[in-house]
Design a protein around this ligand. Structure first.
Ligand code: HEM
Length: 228
């Protein structure tokens, strides 16, 4: 298990030794859920094609598998990051700072993603023997990157916090599999916050319920109301 952000990034950047498609990687898990066609999106030529031809993703033959991929990769994670950022701004009282200075929006989104880290664990299959942080990993083993611990250890949610270089955007992964929807997710959260605060009034959470038995920690329900 890896909890250090620099070591986690080392693993994510080393594609020769660590694989997403072998047992222990999320590509392997998704292939079991959605069929072998899903695995092709995470490795080899098809993966390169997906990443380099992002604009042509919705071709007739690619659409079905790819639509599934985008839906599972982006729906729950995006909803989790958005709702939990709304809750963090409320619970810490920092929505008032954001109302007073909308220029803090980028920080609020980044901090919300850092503190929520909707993909709290990233798995990799060890494809070749490797050394990480002085520990020897053998081919065939698995490594778990505890991204939630790695990103949150720098401190609590603080929209005054600058970009953290050692963490970068570890909540979006890193290396060749860095989240393809990162820009979409950031815009989604920013738009939600802009809408919520567009009346120039704070909001309060009137009801909330945590989701249970889920892969991505999130709210099953979060109800907010503008303060009159
Ligand atoms: C807050 C929202 C999101 C978070 C935290 C997130 C997180 C991640 C992470 C950690 C990975 C890397 C997984 C790994 O290396 O094993 C990833 C990959 C990916 N994400 Fe996201 N994601 C988010 C939203 C989205 C959205 C909105 C989309 C699509 C519209 C999307 C599409 C993808 C795809 C296609 C991959 C696979 C990329 C590849 O293997 O090259 N994600 N995401």
């Amino acid at each position: 298990m890896v909890t250090d952000p620099l070591l986690a990034r080392q693993v994510l950047a080393d594609h020769a030794c660590f694989s997403m498609v072998g047992e222990g990687g999320v590509g392997h898990m998704w292939a079991q859920f959605f069929g072998e066609e899903m695995a092709q999106f995470f490795g080899g030529a098809r993966h390169t094609e997906v990443r380099t031809k992002a604009r042509d993703l919705f071709t007739e033959d690619g659409a079905r598998g790819l639509a599934t991929l985008l839906a599972i990769a982006g729906t729950e994670t995006g909803a989790s990051g958005t709702s939990r950022t709304v809750a963090l701004l409320h619970d810490t009282g920092q929505q008032h700072a954001l109302l007073a200075d909308p220029g803090l929006m980028d920080n609020a989104v980044r901090e919300g993603l850092r503190m929520s880290t909707p993909a709290p664990v990233i798995g990799r299959h060890v494809a070749r023997d490797a050394t990480v942080g002085g520990r020897r990993l053998r081919a065939g083993e698995r490594v778990l990157l505890l991204t939630y611990l790695a990103t949150t250890r720098v401190g609590p949610f603080d929209i005054g916090r600058d970009y953290v270089p050692e963490t970068r955007q570890l909540w979006f992964g890193g290396g060749r599999h860095l989240c393809l929807g990162a820009a979409v997710a950031r815009v989604q959260i920013a738009r939600m916050l802009q809408n919520l605060l567009s009346q120039g009034r704070p909001y309060r959470i009137v009801a909330r319920r945590a989701a249970t038995r889920v892969l991505v920690p999130t709210y099953a329900s979060l109800q907010v109301r503008l303060v009159p």
